[in-house]
Unconditional design. Sequence first.
Length: 278
Amino acid sequence: MSARADIVPQKPVLLTGASGALGRVLTRALAEHGWPLRLTDRVPFPDPLPEGSRFQLADLEDGPAILRLAEGCGTILHFGGISVEHPFETVIGPNIRGLYHVYEAARREGARMVFASSNHAIGFHERTEMLDDDCALAPDGYYGLSKAYGEMMGGLYRNKHGVESAFLRIGSCFPEPTDARMLATWLSYGDMTRLVMRATLAQTLGPAGTVVIWGASKNSRMTWWRRDGRETIGWAPQDSADSYAAALEGKTSGNPVAERYQGGGFTARDYSRDEPAR
C-alpha cells in the first residue's frame, strides 16, 4: 500500500452534519488531506466549499435522499442530528429515524460507519468511577439516549448485516476547555480529526467489527475513561487539557447533581429526584 493510499480513502466519504461546528472542522481538515468528500446538512454549508468536495442539502429524515448521497461511498461519518439536549419529540426525528436511514445507506453500500456518539450515553456514571468501553450505558437525557440507541443500532447492523461501526464517545470538543469538567473530557480539534481519520482508514475494527473509542485528549487530570479500542485503529491523542488546569480547576457549576456525574449539566437538566441518584 502506498503512503498516499494510507491517508486517502479509495472511495468517497459521506459526512453528515457538515454545516455544524465539528462538521466544518472535519471538512477543512480532511479536504486538506485530499479526501473525496460528499457533504450534507439540512442547512447550507457556511464556508467556501473545498476542492474535491460537493455539498447537497438533505434532511436525515428523508431516507431516499440519504440513500442517493451514499451511493458509492466507502465510509459514512455520521455527525448529523441534534447535538445537545432537547425534548424527546425534537430528538426522535433526526437522531432516531434519521440514524436508521443512515445505517440503511451503510448496509446497502457495504460502507463503514463512523458514528459520533457521546459521553452523554454514559453520563449518569459518577465521577468516582473509572469506565472501560464495555461499561453499562447510562444516558443522561434524550440526546444521550439517542447516542446509546445509535451504538445499539450499530451492534444490530453488524450482527445482522455485517456493517462495521466505530463509535466515538466524544467528550467536549471545542477549541479549548472552558471549565473544570473539561479537564477530563476535552477533545482537541486536532485529536478529533486524527481519530476520525484512523477510524476510517484502519484496515480492521477488530474481530467484533465494532469498536468504542473514548473521545478525549491526553488529559491527565480527573480522568474517568480507561480501556477502549484505540489500539485497534492505531489512534493515540496528542494534545492535552493539562495546561489549562491552573485557570480552570475551580471553575465548576455549583450544582450538586451536575458535579456528581460525568455528564455534567446534562444530568441536572429537568432533574426531579429529591436526592441525587445512586
